[in-house]
Design a protein around this ligand. Structure first.
Ligand SMILES: Cc1cc2nc3c(=O)[nH]c(=O)nc-3n(C[C@H](O)[C@H](O)[C@H](O)COP(=O)(O)O)c2cc1C
Length: 158
């Protein structure tokens, strides 16, 4: 599967139960895809036991920011296992809060999607989280290049 070139997204969700003001949580993902056009559904596959898995079990609202090739540092940081706090990471990533989901939306992403989970399917050591798209926006200039991941490395198209 390392030979399947993939786009990279940052999946985000707001955890209202973490700390006095809640916490934004993020997870770098390539197992993200469109599922249906009518109704608009997307899906992300989340590893059991990860911070995002634990959060999406109780938080149906989340978002996906489609990253540009200028955002590979963000992708790298939100893929680190055992990191202390996503709060600190989000201080370094310009973002706004989505009106539909309350989740962090990365500024200057290629596109941002806000979603509500409709179905959760256990599959091996992952859960497929299928969600309805509540809103979509194209914050970046149309000529931005996507961040891709291929054979274990982040890459640019050009
Ligand atoms: C390029 C890339 C793609 C990834 N895609 C996924 C994914 O689709 N689903 C997933 O659960 N984890 C994926 N991961 C791993 C998570 O980003 C990582 O396990 C998580 O952020 C670490 O948090 P944790 O300690 O809670 O597991 C990916 C990592 C990288 C580097």
């Amino acid at each position: 599967m390392a030979r399947l070139a993939a786009g990279v997204v940052l999946v985000t969700a707001y955890d209202p139960d973490d700390g006095p003001n809640g916490e934004d949580v993020g997870m770098t993902a390539t197992a993200f895809m469109s599922v249906s056009l009518d109704p608009p559904l997307v899906m992300v596959s989340v590893r059991d036991g990860s911070r995002m898995d634990e959060l999406l079990e109780r938080q149906p609202l989340w978002a996906a920011s489609l990253l540009t090739d200028g955002q590979r540092q963000t992708a790298g940081r939100f893929a680190m296992k055992g990191r202390l706090s996503d709060r600190l990471l989000f201080q370094e990533v310009p973002h706004t809060r989505g009106e539909h989901s309350g989740a962090a939306l990365v500024d200057d992403a290629l596109a941002v999607l806000e979603c509500r989970t409709e179905q959760r399917v256990r599959a091996g050591d992952h859960t497929l989280v299928i969600a309805r798209v509540l809103g979509a926006a194209l914050p970046h200039a149309p000529d931005a290049e996507p961040l891709t991941y291929y054979r274990g490395r982040y890459r640019s198209l050009s």
